[in-house]
Write a protein that binds this ligand. Structure first.
Ligand SMILES: [Zn+2]
Length: 350
């Protein structure tokens, strides 16, 4: 390890986001910067007004859609290395949505990996998560609580299709609320299109096109509109963002059975809070055991934690491992080091 890295991470939290000073770039910055390396196209990661962008090749069109088509967006195929100042950068699939990446940064043989958002379970709508060995690993912590353990996605899709079939027998239109980018396409890839017509909101269809062009198995869909109403009412299914819940647009397809596809649906109280009839537990993030397993298998000895339940995860890791654990707080730029304690390691939890 160079003397620089004895004291610091290759990537550090700043008020503008994660910053790699040896490369002179930010990862998923939330303020305007000169060089932005983008992990994926969700709006909390790909923001407009950066002077230049670098992202994965498969995700670049989605990122452009987000940040403005006139923006300067360069891309790299997964695995291809690019020297930027004193570091070598490459993108590796994070299994979250189409084109989502972990960012691998190397300096004189020392390797840092920033996960962005990631999930481990299989998903036909995007490339599978790739385990990248590293010395320091900066992990998201969105669902980093022991409560969060995802059911088998195959079983979730079986429940979705049974619920849809059951609704057709009652002449009710099925509706699944899901994020327009990523979750909607994952749901679409799991639907049994022999049950009925699949209608989508325009915001979902916009991204479907990118998925189809990337060769992902999105089934045939129709625009959920007044012209196609007769194909959907009573036996079709509609995929839409939850923002349309109380709209006249949605009500034209009544009677409706409403559902929500999200990891947050594991908490059954959220089904009531979201005012839907059904919750399907389907997350695009790693659950508790997947986060622990990934940290373990990464081989890293220094762990940075961002987004979500960082404190709970940091406390657990400092109690149960000998890893160096840091909570990265972007807004007040705190890098808090935790104590090392006796290790009883991960076995019972993963
Ligand atoms: Zn995301």
């Amino acid at each position: 390890m160079t003397s620089f890295l004895k004291k610091r991470f290759l990537v550090e939290p700043t008020n503008s986001g994660l910053y790699c000073s040896l490369g002179g770039f930010y990862i998923d910055p939330h303020r305007s910067v000169d060089k932005a390396v983008i992990t994926h196209g969700h709006t909390d990661h790909a923001r407009p007004n950066m002077k230049s962008y670098l992202t994965s090749r498969v995700g670049s069109r989605i990122v452009k859609e987000r940040v403005g088509k006139k923006s300067k967006v360069e891309d790299l195929p997964y695995g291809q290395k690019l020297k930027i100042k004193d570091v070598i950068v490459s993108f590796h699939p994070s299994g979250h949505i189409l084109g989502s990446s972990q960012v691998r940064i190397e300096h004189k043989g020392y390797v840092s990996v920033v996960t962005g958002d990631y999930k481990i379970s299989k998903d036909n709508s995007c490339d599978s998560f790739e385990l990248v060995k590293c010395h320091e690993f900066i992990s998201e912590s969105t669902f980093a609580k022991p409560f969060y353990r995802w059911p088998n996605p195959k079983e979730v899709f079986s429940k979705i299709n049974s619920w849809w079939l059951n609704n057709t027998q009652k002449d009710v239109t099925s509706v699944i609320f899901a994020y327009a980018l990523g979750k909607s396409q994952r749901v679409l890839c799991g639907l049994d299109s022999s049950i009925g017509a699949i209608g989508v909101h325009a915001s979902v269809e916009k991204f479907n096109n990118y998925y189809r062009e990337a060769g992902r198995p999105i089934p045939n869909t129709i625009k959920a509109s007044i012209n196609n109403k007769h194909m959907l009412v009573g036996n079709g299914i509609i995929i839409a963002p939850s923002s349309v819940r109380r709209s006249n647009w949605l009500n034209q397809f009544a009677p409706l059975s409403l559902s929500f596809a999200s990891g947050w649906m594991l908490d059954k109280g959220n089904v009531g809070r979201k005012k839907v009839d059904k919750g399907f537990v389907l997350s695009d993030h790693a659950d508790w055991s997947e986060i622990l397993r990934t940290i373990n298998y990464s081989g890293a000895s220094r762990i940075g934690l961002v987004h979500g339940s960082t404190k709970l995860l940091a406390d657990w890791l400092k109690k149960n491992t000998q890893l160096e654990i840091y909570e990265f707080r972007m807004n007040n730029v705190k890098r808090k080091k935790c104590d090392k304690r006796q290790m009883s390691f991960f076995k019972e939890f993963i």
